[in-house]
Design a protein around this ligand. Structure first.
Ligand code: TRP
Ligand code: MN
Length: 449
């Protein structure tokens, strides 16, 4: 293997890269980006990695959640806060009912790029470049909007920086304080069955805090109770952008991709000799890789070897996205092979991407029951193989959208048009997300709270 450098990926085949027509503009934007400050620090990526090591050892659980794709238009404090509220609600349900720490990672502050099945899209007799996420172009079917624009790389950086700033403020500045556990329950959620279930759990937490206070434990100024760590992650897709933010850590001399704490490689770009694996194999961040139903054990082992040859616990998260019908059968041999090869990975379940279909009205959707069924199959496979079902990776929003079917208030396919706002894949709404957290806690701990 050739020596790794932040640009060695350029000698490998890179799938899913936009055709930037303005080469000078691209060069200038990347140059500017590489002069900008890093968005995260290497030490934070290391903290996440040690938390993930706890997950790989079966002592913690990973909750990775957020938009399919973040938008340049839906960018507001409100939007970020509502998303964090749901993530905190889910985290508190999981922590309380499973009795293990929950590692919180957002698909946030950089989740802008989307892989596409086709480079162009045809409507009528017009062919235009496919929409690749706001870091590249706009979704509007118009020649100007669809032309990849390098200025968007800079806008993605700036939006990530301000999102991350707010995420940090919410995580450390009081919003995430356990004494505010009731306040995370939004009105339209509180009125639902799962919202009421959440209220009961929140009451129990209140009582536990009261009890601790009565015992003399200082609960007010205790960061373990008043603060959380929320890490950021996105799919490392646009390699020029990721390279520009790859920096050498002054403390250790190692390279880190400082665009996010954790980066993952998508199902479409995970070729072992490919450019995406090449870039991420050399950075010190914890990395993820999506694993679809066609993956066979030898290929997966090759990938583990490429991304984590030293078998560092927490370095590699395998995010399986198989489809509810096949997950149990497809996953078991992979669990066995990876365990036998001594790879200490985190196994996370993405129950969304293997269960997408088109509703009769043409809307891309997912059924809540399939999502739960995939997690069920995932847990069964792990039970059978004696491995730890380490986490979930879900697409959600804090808004009251109607994009996924089912759930406790039974979104039906005629409801989909009501509030279908995603730019990309259908997301769970706040109620469905909370519902899911309760179901996951039941599936994994085998008890009901
Ligand atoms: N700091 C702990 C944790 O992150 C407890 C905690 C504080 C917490 N606020 C929270 C847990 C909000 C879940 C949600 O786990
Ligand atoms: Mn998606």
């Amino acid at each position: 293997m050739q020596a790794w450098t932040p640009s060695s990926w350029q000698h490998h085949a890179a799938e899913q890269q936009p055709d930037w027509p303005d080469a000078d503009g691209l060069h200038a934007a990347l140059k500017t980006l590489s002069s900008y400050p890093p968005l995260v620090f290497a030490g934070e990526a290391r903290s996440l990695q040690s938390s993930l090591a706890q997950v790989s050892a079966g002592n913690a659980f990973l909750l990775q959640a957020g938009d399919c794709a973040e938008s340049f238009e839906e960018f507001s404090a409100n939007n970020i806060r509502e998303k964090l509220r749901v993530i905190l609600q889910m985290a508190v349900v999981l922590t309380y009912s499973m009795g293990v720490p929950v590692v919180k990672v957002g698909r946030i502050a950089g989740q802008f790029a989307k892989p596409r099945s086709s480079a162009t899209e045809r409507i009528g007799d017009v062919d235009l470049p496919s929409f690749r996420g706001h870091i590249v172009n706009d979704s509007l079917f118009d020649a100007g909007a669809r032309t990849p624009d390098p200025q968007r790389l800079l806008q993605a950086y700036h939006q990530s920086a301000s999102t991350l700033n707010l995420v940090r403020a919410f995580a450390k500045g009081g919003f995430a304080d356990l004494t505010r556990v009731h306040a995370w329950n939004q009105e339209f959620v509180a009125s639902s069955p799962q919202g009421r279930r959440y209220e009961r759990l929140a009451n129990e937490i209140d009582r536990a805090l009261h009890f601790m206070r009565a015992c003399g434990v200082e609960t007010e100024s205790n960061p373990a109770l008043s603060q959380v760590d929320i890490y950021t992650s996105h799919e490392a897709l646009i390699l020029g952008y990721e390279e520009a933010l790859t920096r050498q850590d002054t403390l250790t001399g190692r390279w880190y991709d400082c665009s996010a704490h954790m980066l993952w490689i998508g199902e479409r770009t995970r070729q072992t000799g490919g450019a995406h694996v090449e870039l991420l194999r050399g950075v010190g961040n914890p990395v993820g890789c999506k694993v679809g139903p066609s993956m066979e054990a030898p290929e997966l082992l090759e990938l583990c070897e490429a991304l984590n040859p030293s078998r560092v616990p927490g370095r590699l998260t395998l995010i399986t996205r198989m489809g509810a019908d096949v997950v149990e059968a497809r996953l078991r041999p992979l669990l066995r092979a990876v365990t036998d090869a001594g790879h200490p990975v985190v196994w996370a379940c993405d129950p969304m991407h293997g269960n997408t279909f088109s509703a009769p009205n043409g809307r891309k959707t997912r059924h809540f029951d399939d999502i739960v069924r995939e997690i069920d199959g995932f847990v069964r496979a792990h039970r059978a193989e004696g491995t730890w079902p380490g986490g979930i990776h879900v697409e959600l929003t804090g808004e009251n959208v109607t994009e996924c079917l089912g759930g406790a208030d039974a979104v039906s396919d005629t409801d989909l048009d009501h509030r279908y706002e995603t730019m990309c894949d259908p997301r769970l709404n706040a109620r469905q997300s909370l519902d899911l957290a309760f179901r996951v806690a039941e599936l994994i701990s085998g008890t009901t709270v």
